[in-house]
Design a protein around this ligand. Sequence first.
Ligand code: NDP
Length: 483
Amino acid sequence: MSTNSPVQLLKSYIGGEWTLPATSSEIFEAINPATEDVCAQVALCGPDDADRAVRAAHAAFGGFAALTLDERIALTEKLIAVFEARYDEMVTAITTEMGAPLDLSRDAQAECGPGHLRETITAARAMAWEKPMGGHAMLVHEPVGVCVLITPWNWPINQLAAKIGPALIAGCTMVLKPSEIAPLSAQLFAEFIDAAGFPAGVFNMVHGTGAGIGDALTGHPLVEMVSFTGSTRAGVHVAKTAAETVKRVSQELGGKSANIVFADADLPKAIARGVRHCFENAGQSCNAPTRMLVEASVYDEAVALAAAAADKIKVGDPREPGKHIGPVVSKVHFAKIQRLIEAGIAEGARVVAGGPGKPEGFEQGYFVKPTVFADVTNQMTVAQEEIFGPVLVMIPFADEAEAIAIANDSPYGLAGYVQSDDLDKARRVARLVRAGSVHINGAGQDYGSPFGGYKQSGNGREWGEFGLHDFLEVKVVNGFRAS
Ligand code: NDP
C-alpha cells in the first residue's frame, strides 16, 4: 500500500488563532489503521494551553451569548456551506484516520456533520425560547456558558457536530478536545469554523490526550459544562473531576445493545440485517446491536443464517469503494478485540463465523475477521463487555419475559432492537427495554430524535431539540409580565 507523508498538525486553535503549544514539545503520531503508516503528527497541548483555551472561551462568552438567535443561525449556515464545499476532504480524512470505508465515510460518517447542524437549526427555530409561566413570570432559556467537549474516534464527525452545533446555536463558547487517534477530521472541522467567521474565542480546539489535559479542562473553574462521549471508564473520571466545581456533565458512553428476534419475524431478513448492522463501521458503534437474542424455537436456524451472513461480509481496503468493512482503529484496539474473542472461546462459546487472527490476505493493517459466537450465555465476558469490534454473540431465550430480562441484564442501556411481525408485541417489548432508543424491525433514527443512554450508557440526550437543552439553562423571571 502506498504511503503519503504525514499531515503536520502542530497548531491548536485558541482565541481565533492557530497556535503552537506554549510549553509542551510532545508529538503524537496518529496511525492509518489500514496501512499502519503514520498519517498525522500532532503536537500535544499541555495544561497551560488548556487554560489559555478556556480563558479565550470565557472572554468570548458575553459577546456571543448576546447575539440574536438569527445571527447565530446565520453563522452556522455559513459553517454548513463551508463543510459542504470541502466535503470530500472530510471523507478522506475520516477514512485515513480511523479506517471507515469510503462509502461509509461519505454517506454516513461525514454526512452527520451537515445533517446535525441543519437539524439543530430546525429545532432551534421551532423551539419556544421564552414561555409565559403562571400569572406574571417568563421562563427564558439561556446558554450554559463555557463548555468543554470531549470526543472519541469512532464516529468522529457525528460526535463533533452533535455537540458543537447545539453549543453554537445555544450561544455557548467552547473548547473541543478531540481524540488524538482521529485528529484529521477535527482539524478540518476547526478550519471550517474558522472560515465561517465565528467571533474569536467562541470555538477553540486543543489537540491533546485525556491524561495530559483532561483534568485541566474538566476541572477548570471557568468551565460550566462538560459534554463527554467515550468509554464509561473515562466518563466516570470526567464526572468526578467536574463535580469539584459542580459543573453540568453530559455523558454519552458505551453500550452492549440487545437485538431481540422473535420466531414470528421474517427470519432471513431480520438476521441478515442484524449481522450487517452489528458489523457496520467494523463494529465500532456505541449503539451496535451486539447481543442477538433469539427465540429458542428458531435459534439453530438463526445461527446458520447469521453465520452465512457474516461469511458474506467482505473485509477490505477502506480506500476502495464498496460495502465492505475496514480495519479497527488501532493496534491496541485490535489486541483488545482478539483478547475478548479468545475469552469467548475459553468460556465455551462456539465460533460459527470468523474467529481469532486476521482475515487471510490482510497481514498489514488492523483487520478483524467478522465473528459470530453461538451458545452464548449472558453471563459470559463476550455478552457483558463492550467489544467494539465486528463480533456478534447469539443467546437463546424461551419467551418474551426472558428476552426482556436478558436484554436488561447489562450495565449499559443505550439502544435496543426488536424484530417481530406482531407489532403489538414489538411495541410492548420496546417499552420494557431499558434503553434510550429502541428500533422495531430495522427502523432507523432521525437526527431530530434524542440520542443517549440509560444506566451506565450515560445521562445526556444529544441531537435535535433535546441536544439544545443540554447546552441551555432555564431561568424564570417573576414579574416579567404585568399582572
Ligand atoms: P475513551 O473514553 O478512551 O476516549 C474518549 C475521549 O475521552 C478521548 O478524546 C480521550 O482522550 C478522552 N479521555 C480519556 N480519558 C480522559 C480523561 N481522564 N479526561 C478527559 N478526557 C479523557 O473512548 P474511545 O475514544 O476509545 O471511544 C470509544 C468509546 O466511546 C466506546 O466505549 C463507545 O461505546 C463510546 N461511544 C459512545 C457513544 C455514545 O453516544 N454513547 C458514541 C460513540 C462512542 P485520549 O484518547 O487521549 O484518552
